[in-house]
Design a protein. Structure first.
Length: 253
């Protein structure tokens, strides 16, 4: 009976994760390996707010194949005094490994992106990996992304952003009923020293650490993700992350 129950749970999980109008659960501050089904379209909007700034980001993703998703993010921000376009990001995600087991699915994906920045800020190249295990009860995710900054002027050093997330489903798994998963995200950043004319600038670079309790509420092809990031520490000459709130509304069509 135990084996039969486990296979029923696996079948339920696969139905919820692979249907044409389904969301997989992923962290809102970190990264996950989930990709869209072929031909799937995922529009969304994300609002992030902290002390002294508000950023609104419009998102659109498309399932080019059942393993490759491409998309764009268009952020508007008032961090520099006026609410204006903050650049355009083109991104992609390729899921290169999937393993199914009783009641769970393990995935690995490669991430990439390029951001055309405004306001004399450097353009940004992203490259990294994400992994995650989604199950009928417990979840985990992890990712590491290298952030290269392209500029002819002085700019902060390149970064390595990394995160580890644990999650737990509070509701019984069913596509036809609302679903709620809570997460605890651990977020880190290593920033290399800045350079001016290829000369290292002293007293730059360092590490920062944050934690974010978050949740994801889904119903069929609609989802709301939200949470709060709390800076918990730093070392070197980098700023500790500011406390901020984030909410994202998405759908798959």
């Amino acid at each position: 009976m135990y084996i039969i129950r486990e296979y029923i749970l696996l079948g339920s999980l696969l139905f919820v994760l692979s249907g044409n109008f389904i969301f997989a659960h992923e962290p809102i501050y970190g990264n996950g390996p989930h990709v869209l089904f072929k031909g799937g379209l995922a529009p969304g909007i994300t609002l992030q707010s902290g002390l002294g700034y508000i950023e609104t980001e419009f998102n659109l993703e498309y399932g080019l194949t059942n393993k490759l998703t491409i998309g764009t993010d268009i952020p508007f921000s008032n961090e520099r005094g006026n609410y204006s376009l903050n650049g355009i990001k083109i991104k992609s995600k390729y899921r290169f490994y999937t393993k199914y087991s009783r009641g769970a699915m393990l995935q690995f994906a490669a991430l990439g992106g390029y951001k055309f920045s405004n306001n004399s800020l450097p353009n940004i190249i992203n490259a990294g990996f994400a992994a995650g295990r989604e199950a009928v009860d417990w979840y985990w995710f992890a990712s590491a992304v290298y952030v290269a900054k392209v500029s002819n002027k002085t700019n902060p050093g390149d970064e390595i952003n990394y995160d580890v997330t644990l999650g737990y489903r509070l509701t019984k798994l069913s596509y036809y009923k609302p679903d709620l998963v809570v997460f605890l995200e651990f977020i880190g950043k290593h920033q290399f020293s800045s350079k001016l004319n290829d000369v290292v600038v002293k007293q730059t670079g360092g590490n920062s650490f944050a934690v974010a309790p978050t949740l994801m509420f889904t119903y069929r092809n609609y989802a709301v993700r939200t949470g709060v990031e709390l800076g918990i520490g730093k070392s070197g000459y980098i700023r500790k992350p500011k406390t901020n709130f984030k909410i994202s509304i998405e759908m798959h069509i």
